[in-house]
Design a protein around this ligand. Structure first.
Ligand code: ADP
Length: 473
């Protein structure tokens, strides 16, 4: 079910629930509550009258005073009062209701008085319908003076009319309020549910576009914080996806270009050997050497791609072994001897005291190799590369410094990303844009710190630290 309807349904159900509760409390309990209030008021008045009657009997007040008192009690409480002496003769009678159950033809006074005497606590309480008016009436009766030897009887009659009419008014009012508010709740909740659901609906629509590959789609979550956050996150994800997409495209362009060059060379030199230099051992060897070098370049690229995909699949486990780091650095630098001599590169190695370390030797070798390879590729005219081993309390720090162009501040974040290659990288520099991603993946797997310091125009220093727990003292 769409969110819009769900929210709307919740709102409406909530409103209906509130009204059901209100009706229950107002109507059911109100009626009972009013009735019990009224009964208590009648009882209280009856007790007051009984006290006055005692005073009359004692002679504290005279008959006139007594009459005025019961009249005022009856008037204040809308009562009809009838007082009988012990011989059941009516002595005092006050009529304020105009319609009393204990006067007139239908009165059953004798029966009431008998009931009073028969009831265990000498009181009676009835609610009955007045046949003339149709209203509910309350009848309360009790003995006067001593319970067992009464000096008189009191009957009090009170109409429950105000209860009925009050409830009726409230009911009418409530009905009106209910109708108005339920209609308002329907409309307001419809409007609100649209407002709540619309940012989500917008975001979903944009996400559908994104899924179709449209990276220019906008995520708009205006309305409330959660939707805005979701929109921001999706915008971020979209940017990242778009970046990876561009990089992947660039990679394919770069890799296919880089693959084509050695392939063309391989084909050309193989043809040359077949057609021209096959019989000339010197030329033939020269050409074969080129073919071998180009094949190396090709396998280097293919290996890079394979290594990274293995590392990133998460299946790659570390193969930990113990080795001495200074001699390992020397050994790796030694591998660049050929190119150093041929191309005039100078790799200056500054070792620290010998240290045995425990890590995946093959992978750390690859890291060092990639860093030195990059330094050679990107170093300046002076063709200098510095490799340093620095033993620190935190571990063995390895730095590879070049004197090249350096890397711009904003690019530093990107260079460890897959497929990233600066736009101005030299064509003759062989690389897939994966070298540093492999470095990052290996170092992360080892949990080693790494980074780069770079000054534009002066060069860069790439570093990583074999953490102290992997250094054997
Ligand atoms: P590749 O060197 O194959 O392009 P890398 O992942 O090794 O790929 O490097 C990514 C990018 O980082 C390079 O294209 C280059 O722009 C930059 N970079 C790497 N090392 C250096 C360096 N020593 N000096 C300057 N830029 C570098």
């Amino acid at each position: 079910m769409p969110l819009k309807f769900k929210v709307w349904m919740y709102f409406v159900s909530f409103t209906i629930m509130v009204f059901v509760l209100m009706w229950t409390f107002q109507i059911l309990f109100l009626e009972n509550f009013y009735e019990s209030m009224k009964t208590r008021a009648a009882e209280r008045s009856a007790n007051n009258i009984a006290e006055c009657y005692d005073e009359l009997q004692n002679g504290t007040i005279d008959a006139a005073e007594f009459k005025s008192r019961i009249e005022s009690i009856a008037l204040d409480n809308d009562l009809c009062v009838e007082i009988f002496d012990r011989y059941e003769r009516s002595r005092y009678s006050v009529e304020t209701l105009g319609d009393c159950l204990i006067h007139g033809k239908e009165n059953r006074t004798g029966v009431y008085l008998l009931n009073i005497l028969e009831s265990s606590d000498r009181t009676i309480r009835y609610t009955m319908k007045n046949p003339r008016s149709g209203y509910n009436m309350l009848l309360y009766g009790r003995t006067l003076g001593n319970k067992n030897n009464p000096s008189g009887y009191l009957l009090v009659n009170s109409a429950l009319v105000p209860v009925g009419s009050t409830v009726y008014i409230i009911k009418r009012q409530l009905m009106l309020i209910t109708i108005v508010l339920i209609v308002a709740a329907f409309v307001i909740s419809l409007f609100l549910s649209r407002r709540i659901a619309s940012p989500i609906a917008n975001i979903t629509k944009s996400a559908e576009n994104l899924a179709k590959g449209d990276f220019s789609t906008r995520f708009d979550g205006k309305g409330y914080l959660e939707a805005e956050k979701l929109a921001d996150m999706l915008t971020y994800a979209e940017k990242e996806l778009s970046r990876v997409d561009t990089m992947q495209r660039d990679l394919i362009a770069n890799v296919s270009h880089d693959l084509r060059t050695p392939l063309t060379m391989l084909k050309a030199y193989a043809e040359m050997i077949r057609d021209l230099s096959g019989d000339n051992p010197v030329k033939r060897n020269e050409h074969l050497e080129i073919i071998i070098n180009e094949t190396d370049r090709l396998s280097l690229m293919v290996n890079d791609i394979l290594d990274l995909s293995k590392l990133e699949s998460g299946k790659q486990k570390l193969n930990i072994s113990e080795f001495e780091i200074s001699s390992k650095l020397g050994e790796i630098i030694g591998r660049f001897k050929g190119i150093s001599e041929k191309m005039g590169y100078n790799i200056v190695f500054t070792p620290d005291t010998e240290k045995n370390v425990r890590c995946d030797v093959g992978k750390i070798e690859q890291v060092i190799y990639n860093l030195i390879n990059n330094a050679i590729n990107y170093t300046g005219e002076d063709k200098q590369v510095f490799v340093r081993q620095i033993n620190t309390p935190e571990g063995v720090l390895i730095e590879v410094e070049d004197t090249g162009e350096g890397i711009e501040e904003d690019k530093i974040k990107l260079i460890f990303d897959k497929y990233y290659r600066s736009e101005n990288h030299k064509r003759e520099v062989v690389g897939t844009g994966l070298g540093l991603s492999i470095v990052k993946a290996v170092l992360k797997l080892h949990n080693y710190d790494y980074g780069v310091r770079s000054t534009k125009g002066k060069g860069s220093t790439f570093w990583f630290r074999i953490s102290s727990q992997d250094v054997i003292e």
